[in-house]
Write a protein that binds this ligand. Structure first.
Ligand code: RNT
Ligand code: ZN
Length: 414
């Protein structure tokens, strides 16, 4: 008997159908953020870098500097990751012809057509984001909530352009494209007016979402605070939650780095499932704050995946990743973080969820706790290895050698 067959029997003793779990894991796409590959720099400001609302730390060699390099690195990473993939793009990854450049309010579908070709060639979906940071039109740290009407209009136009691009990408791929609005707007010190910026943001969003885009899934992403905006964030949780609740078709994206440290997204998922038919996620790892460290196989990640699986919400929760670490090999960062998200998803699919629910409803809490704890040491590693093998990717740490060879042959030569 192989280790996998024996592990399968161990799970079967607890009523878990391993084959079903493997099939479900293989079907659920994870949207992989392109920005881990180049420290959120993008292609639209050759002299610039991440700043004005976002920051990356570290200077590991080999950052992707252009479209060709980013594609190659992404494919190297995804060749080592099991499961279905999408690529999550930002507007700053527009691909311009030689000598061409347009500002963000003038972006068009053609600037992303090369990405659509890439997606078609590789059988992956695309998600999209307006890039409302790292740009001179961020005035005094504000964009869609700015009291300067020229600034506000520029960013409204950018977001409208992005929805149109996302719509066309969706048409080309015969798919729906998530278009996520996140802005860094806020104040460092105690604001004198907390309502005004929010009313302006609300009006901006109304203008942005006015046009019907049937292939777009619209969402807004809140945040509690950031470095430099410690006292007040315009797009707070309550603001966007209320906006989504009152604007059908606009969803509230949950980034698990964007809440107070004792709040957990695993508990927010079932709360929102009672009201929304979709919940987009940014799965990340915050260390003391929204630090966007590489996702590791930790309890809260497992708990998030468990809430998706046991509430039958695999079709409702859109799993996307959001981390960027420039202090380690960026391809390895993608592989580690995404393999861990896959691993946690498979882990969640292997829980005796129905039995546990029945025990809770019968107030059989002792038995429930016993079962939760005993199943923690089932031979999960053997099932994970089988999943990777069936998916044609390395089942163990041997993927690391592939990345190190790529570092030697490609990344260090940049
Ligand atoms: C920032 C948000 C946002 C960004 C990306 C690049 O705090 O999490 O999602 O990380 O849009
Ligand atoms: Zn995010």
């Amino acid at each position: 008997m192989t280790r996998f067959e024996s592990a399968k029997e161990s799970y079967a003793r607890f009523g878990v159908d391993v084959e079903k779990a493997l099939a479900l894991a293989a079907e659920k796409p994870i949207s992989i953020h392109c920005w881990q590959g180049d420290d959120v720099v993008g292609f639209d400001s050759p002299t610039g870098g991440a700043g004005n609302g976002i920051q990356t730390t570290g200077n590991y060699p080999g950052r992707a500097r252009n479209f060709e390099e980013l594609k190659a690195d992404f494919l190297k990473a995804t060749s080592l990751i099991p499961g279905k993939k999408r690529i999550n793009l930002h507007a700053c990854y527009a691909v311009f012809d030689e000598g061409e450049w347009v500002d963000r309010d003038k972006l068009e579908y053609k600037h992303f057509a090369p990405w659509v070709e890439f997606a078609k060639e590789n059988g992956i979906g695309i998600d999209f984001n307006p890039t409302v940071f790292s740009h001179p039109m961020m005035k005094d740290g504000l964009s869609l909530s700015s009291p300067d009407e020229a600034v506000r209009k520029f960013w409204i136009d950018h977001c409208i352009a992005c929805r149109r691009i996302a719509q066309r990408i969706g048409e080309e791929l015969g798919d729906k494209v998530l278009n996520n609005v996140w802005i860094p707007d806020g104040y460092k010190d105690v604001p004198a007016d907390r309502l005004g910026p929010r009313l302006r943001l609300k009006d901006s969003l109304d203008q942005i979402f006015a046009e019907k885009c049937p292939n777009v899934i619209d969402c807004v992403e809140s945040k509690v605070f950031a470095i430099g905006v410690e006292s007040y964030t315009v797009g707070s949780n309550e603001f966007y939650m209320s906006y989504a609740a009152t604007h059908p078709g606009v969803y509230n994206l949950l980034d698990n780095g964007h809440y107070h440290p004792t709040e957990v997204v695993s508990d927010k998922i079932p709360a929102l499932l009672a009201f929304f038919d979709k919940i987009p996620l940014h799965v990340t790892r915050g260390v003391r704050w929204d630090s966007d460290h590489v996702v590791i196989f930790e309890d809260e990640l497992k708990e998030i995946m468990k809430e998706i699986v046991r509430n039958d919400a695999l079709d409702k929760v859109l799993i996307g990743l959001d981390f960027f670490d420039a202090s380690i090999n960026r391809v390895a960062a993608w592989v580690i973080g995404t393999r861990n998200a896959q691993k946690a998803l498979l882990w969640a699919l292997l829980q005796p969820n129905e039995q546990l629910r029945a025990m809770q409803d019968a107030a059989d809490f002792t038995r429930k706790l016993m079962l939760m704890e005993e199943t923690k040491t089932l031979p999960f590693g053997d099932i994970w290895q089988e999943y990777c093998s069936r998916q044609g990717v390395p089942a163990d740490e041997s993927w690391y050698e592939t990345v190190m060879q790529y570092e030697q042959n490609v990344l260090l030569k940049r």
